[in-house]
Design a binder for this molecule. Structure first.
Ligand code: PMP
Length: 421
């Protein structure tokens, strides 16, 4: 009977195995399991959806719209969340959905590559850069674009600069370092949420990538989104069009602001024929639960109040966690004496309406101990898996450590770190 019952139910996988005091602690990936405790509370019920067998069957979500596979409910909740947080201007931008922001990053490279035969476009980012940028750019050996390394060392004309702010791996606030006329910046704002950094203004860049993974912790839904209203240089024919009649100009203006959005949408059509509707509906419900939570208890009204009930307010829950984890990490680093961390960066957060420090999702941990030139290897011998500086265009005496794992794994990690000397 038990076997029949198990067969009748489709249970989700349990994810990562639990850790014990002697386990290998893997903090290589930024797997946001830290958020599970929040969603296990009342918020989890409010984010539940049921999809009957006859729903979400068609390929299409919104036939006739630029992003025909975008669920209108998901788009609505994305815009609503940005209005609540104030981290990005959403009005006037096209919203596209992707299978994680990883797919949208590739769609952006495809859309921004110059048309016609030419040398591959260079893709750069200032070191230390997110380790997936070179890997994802080059794994298919595309003729359209290729990884060209550290933006600060780049000397060329046609490029895409990836601007990750707050930065993965080091948490710094970044702006584009290249300014050439033919270059384009793609802003990866995966971590521009109030639990990680003060929200100082509503970002309004040409192409902005976001992901559910690091905002709500639902990396497994594989959903990202992009805001764009971008027109590449080769479409800027205003001077020519100024001589054309009004009607033609008007139509052109409508078409041209869709140029990059349309090409990104085409990439996703060719790559995966759209994006899972089931995931979009679930993500819409999750984002709705967050925004609704703040409708019930607005952010600024409780700023600084440590006794508030954060069970319905995700960013408050997550920020409190980050504050506590960073305090424990800094204490462990002080106890050990062989490590250093980047300084805390405070700023005024318009969302919380108070001055707060940044609490990056990764610790960029440096070791000053004599003879430790391969910090990743040094930590691995002590059963801690991290990602070495070399993968980010930095040196081997620094590693990236995820701050978003489970409480249990994090507690064992700081204990082990404190004892190293
Ligand atoms: N950008 C950055 C800076 C990231 O750190 C990550 C995830 N580690 C991603 C993008 C990819 O996120 P997604 O899960 O949406 O593909």
């Amino acid at each position: 009977a038990a076997a029949r019952k198990a067969e009748a139910e489709v249970a989700p996988s349990s994810g990562k195995p639990p850790v014990t005091k002697d386990s290998i602690i893997n903090l290589d990936h930024g797997d946001p399991t830290m958020y599970e405790a929040f969603w296990r509370g009342g918020a989890g019920e409010r984010a539940t959806i049921v999809i009957p067998g006859w729903q979400t069957m068609s390929y299409f979500s919104d036939v006739g719209s630029l992003c025909w596979f975008l669920e209108p409910g998901f788009e609505r909740e994305v815009r609503r969340l940005h209005r609540l947080v104030g981290n990005a201007v959403a009005d006037g931008y096209h919203v596209l959905v992707g299978t994680g922001s990883t797919q949208l990053f590739q769609a952006a490279l495809y859309a921004l590559s110059p048309p016609g035969p030419s040398a591959p476009m260079s893709v750069v980012s200032p070191a230390p850069y997110y380790s997936s940028y070179p890997a994802v750019t080059d794994f298919l050996k595309s003729g359209l674009y290729r990884w060209a390394g550290d933006a600060k060392m780049f000397d060329g004309d046609t490029y895409v600069e990836l601007v990750c702010s707050p930065s993965n791996p080091d948490g710094g606030i970044r702006e584009a370092v290249l300014k050439s006329g033919d270059g384009v910046a793609v802003h990866d704002l995966a971590y521009y949420w109030p639990q990680y950094t003060p929200i100082t203004s509503a970002a309004a860049h040409d192409i902005m990538l976001f992901t559910v993974s690091k905002c709500t912790g639902h990396a497994g839904t594989r959903l990202g989104w992009v805001h764009t209203n971008f027109v590449p240089n080769h479409l800027k024919f205003e001077q020519i069009l100024a001589q054309c009649d009004w009607f033609f100009w008007h139509r052109w203006a409508l078409v041209k602001d869709r140029a990059v959005a349309q090409k990104m949408s085409k990439f996703i059509e060719l790559n995966t024929i759209g994006v899972s509707k089931d995931s979009q509906l679930r993500a819409a419900k999750i984002l709705k639960a967050i925004t609704d939570g703040y409708d019930r208890a607005p952010a600024a009204a409780v700023a600084g109040d440590d006794d508030d009930d954060s069970s319905s307010r995700l960013f408050h829950f997550a920020r409190r966690k980050m504050v506590s984890r960073w305090a424990k990490l800094r204490a462990a680093v002080a106890a050990s004496g062989i490590f250093t961390l980047p300084d805390e960066l405070p700023g005024h957060c318009t969302f919380a309406n108070e001055t707060v420090s940044a609490y990056p999702p990764f610790a960029w941990l440096r070791c000053g101990k004599e003879g430790v030139d391969d910090l990743e290897g040094y930590l691995r011998e002590r059963k801690i898996i991290s990602r070495g500086g070399g993968k980010f265009g930095a040196d081997g005496r620094v590693v990236r450590i995820s701050m978003l794992d489970t409480d249990e794994a994090f507690a064992i990690f700081v204990d082990r770190l404190a004892a190293m000397n």
